[in-house]
Unconditional design. Structure first.
Length: 185
């Protein structure tokens, strides 16, 4: 009888763990409604008397989706607020709702960020931070959950691509050599 209870307990525990892991994958979003303000190259949303920086899609992607942002215009979208930055998941227009990220917060646009000699494909980057840990010059950091390379600190050693010791390079091949200076293994 004890064995049956133990088996039942373990089954319930495993179900609970799996359910919680699946729930954590989804980004919990809220609706934000306010006025847009461009400051430098960054967009901010003013609502409830406060300024919040917006993490949006690249301008080219927004233009493809017929989204035109203008200072002092009304903005309505869903996103997640963290550290005074709203990561926008979708934008409400007069006609429809335009998704710019999936339910897990991953971008729907294809963006290859050219940072020095290397390109990081944000669609492939899973935010594991393995490349951050092995970079000898601390040139790789995380921004909005994705790896980013500071070209000023990068010495083109290629460890982020080829690996070193137990690290075998980016597991999702999100980092590539833009100028073919590094030979892949």
């Amino acid at each position: 009888m004890r064995l049956l209870y133990l088996l039942l307990f373990c089954t319930i525990l495993i179900f609970f763990i799996i359910f919680n892991l699946q729930a954590q994958d989804k980004l919990e979003v809220s609706l934000f409604d306010g006025k847009l303000q461009l400051m430098g190259t960054d967009w901010f949303l003013i609502f409830n008397g406060d300024f919040y920086q917006l993490d949006l899609a690249p301008e080219e992607y927004l233009a493809e989706k017929n989204i035109n942002l203008e200072t002092n215009s009304n903005f309505r979208g869903e996103g997640k607020l963290s550290n005074n930055v709203i990561t926008i998941v979708n934008i409400h227009t007069v006609d429809n709702i335009v998704d710019i990220r999936n339910q897990n917060g991953k971008p729907l646009w294809t963006e290859k960020e050219d940072l020095g000699h290397f390109i990081i494909d944000r669609r492939k980057c899973i935010g594991c931070q393995l490349c951050v840990a092995v970079c000898p010059t601390n040139a790789i950091l995380m921004k909005y959950g994705f790896a980013e390379i500071d070209a000023g600190k990068c010495i083109d050693c290629g460890i982020c691509i080829n690996g070193i010791a137990d690290y075998k390079g980016c597991p999702t091949y999100a980092i590539s050599d833009n100028e073919n200076k590094i030979n892949k293994k």
